[in-house]
Design a protein around this ligand. Structure first.
Ligand code: NDP
Length: 469
């Protein structure tokens, strides 16, 4: 059983001002896996005061000093990578190969990227008669979700540290362990007191205290659209900068020249990864109408081949994060059936033989873009295959969404793939499986604002000053 009852404030492990605890549930077993403390606004005040004090010196450090710290953190991260991965698996149910694989790799990648960006970044640039200076924005409030805990945390913490900001991190109650270990790593690396602080607790309490806090200069949030809206409202009174990375309903267009079976299978398996709990998941698979039957077979075969089971075992997919997420997903599957979508794999209920744990069947529907299952973010292993008439129709369907986070194009003709990508109204488009830690990541429309990853993510934590004349 894990017990994380102290917060990390001002370089020390501190008791909450008013003791209150909550149990954390292992989604694979439904059993209690540990206990955390839940903080109060008084804890936020303490942490913000520490971060403000620390900013006076950390904000003035040289690039070399910040690089030295990031490299010391990297050394500690590498030593405890396995432990981080195991914590991710326990808290949110990712298969151990994924928890200790891509989950921790993403955290490591953002750390390395922050180092690379910091090495090259020009904090002062002469433009005509003006000197343009980039300066750290100040004290940052970082609010993270449970679906990719290391990714979402590291993509905020490390650029903020590199920029010279100080911070308070609030991890999700559902997945609090890996962030706690990260705090130990940051402490052991010799981070000056107050630069990094961590408080566990309820979003409605701690998160609100952060968004409304007069001494926090910016909030970076990843999570659901309603909470993003609430944070903007809460932050309005103090005019703080708010970076939002919200949901998605990302289209994956398979072009007519593409080899259908492998591309559709890859898109289907990709959708089921992390139990479909990925904001940029390609949850609408757009295929040429003339090749629909071929696509249906490939997608159903791929979904049926996804093995589901104990995250500690050798399975491709574990449970979803919680009972509440399980119920939301089951409701969407029922809605899909009610609105007449054609079920070609999976369906309601748990997979056979799994009676405990929040396991969902890898599910594929064939439907139309006006269906609820094609419009709303399900955040589970549920894919909708949608046929298109021609490429203009495919682009129109892709863009007919309130979201605009990710997009995917599979095809042989590289020019055509890029042409299609140019016309898609989303923040990032991956062509034939591309991946780049330096490419900016963020949403158009209701998928949010601002950009994370690479140098664009670094800018989130910087103010711009003009010195004219
Ligand atoms: P939330 O948006 O509720 O949670 C994300 C983070 O915000 C958590 O740390 C949460 O705290 C915190 N939070 C909650 N309320 C507030 C508030 N009023 N002010 C400040 N912070 C707050 O997401 P859920 O966990 O409820 O997931 C629900 C849905 O959100 C999913 O089904 C999915 O559609 C979407 N989602 C999208 C993600 C993405 O990457 N874009 C990631 C996760 C979810 P706590 O939960 O600890 O109380």
């Amino acid at each position: 059983m894990r017990q994380y009852l102290k917060f990390y404030i001002d370089g020390q492990w501190a008791d909450p001002v008013a003791p209150k605890t909550a149990e954390v549930i292992n989604p694979a077993t439904e059993a209690v896996s540990g206990t955390i403390s839940l903080g109060s606004p008084a804890d936020v005040d303490k942490a913000v005061a520490a971060a403000r004090r620390a900013f006076a010196t950390w904000g003035e450090t040289s690039v070399k000093e910040r690089l030295d710290l990031l490299e010391a953190i990297q050394e500690q991260y590498l030593k405890r990578e396995r432990e981080l991965g195991e914590a991710v698996t326990e808290e949110m149910g990712a298969p151990i190969s994924l928890g200790c694989g891509f989950h921790t790799l993403l955290g490591k990648g953002h750390l390395q990227t922050a180092i690379e960006v910091l090495r090259e970044f020009r904090f002062e640039q002469q433009r005509g008669s003006s000197l343009i200076r980039y300066e750290p924005i100040g004290v940052c409030g970082l609010i993270t979700p449970w679906n990719w805990p290391m990714n979402q945390t590291c993509v905020k913490v490390f650029p903020a540290l590199a920029a010279g900001c100080t911070m308070l991190l609030k991890p999700p109650q559902l997945a609090p362990y890996s962030a706690q270990i990260l705090a130990e790593i940051i402490h052991d690396a010799g981070t000056p007191a107050g630069v990094f602080n961590l408080i566990q607790g309820q979003g409605s309490v701690i998160g609100t205290a952060m968004s409304t806090h007069p001494d926090i200069d910016m909030i970076s949030f990843t999570g659901s659209e309603p909470v993003g809206v609430q944070i903007q409202k809460d932050a309005a009174e103090t005019i703080k900068r708010v970076g939002l990375e919200l949901g998605g309903k990302s289209p994956w267009i398979v072009l007519d020249d593409a080899e259908m079976a492998n591309n559709v299978a890859g898109a289907t398996t990709g959708m089921m990864g992390n139990s479909g709990q990925t904001c940029s998941a390609g949850s609408r698979l757009l295929v040429p109408h003339a090749r629909l039957e071929e696509a249906i077979k490939a997608s159903a075969d791929a979904a049926n081949a996804v093995t589901v089971g104990d995250p500690q075992g050798n399975f491709a997919m574990g449970p979803v994060v919680s009972k509440s997420q399980f119920n939301i997903i089951q409701d969407y599957i029922r809605k899909g059936l009610d609105e007449g979508a054609q079920l070609i794999a999976g369906g309601p209920g748990r997979p056979d033989g799994l009676d405990k744990g929040w396991y969902v069947k890898p599910t594929v529907f064939v439907g139309t873009n006006d269906m609820v299952i094609a419009r709303e973010e399900i955040f589970g292993p549920v894919l909708v295959v949608i046929p298109y008439k021609d490429i203009d129709d495919a682009i129109a369907i892709a863009n007919d969404s309130t979201f605009g986070l990710g997009g995917y194009v599979s095809g042989v003709d590289a020019d055509e793939c890029r042409q299609v990508a140019r016309k898609m109204r989303t923040g990032a488009i991956w062509i034939n499986g591309g991946f780049d830690f330096h490419a900016p990541f963020g949403g158009y429309k209701r998928s949010g604002n601002g950009r994370e990853w690479g140098e664009f993510g670094f800018h989130e934590y910087l103010e711009v000053k003009s010195i004219i004349g």
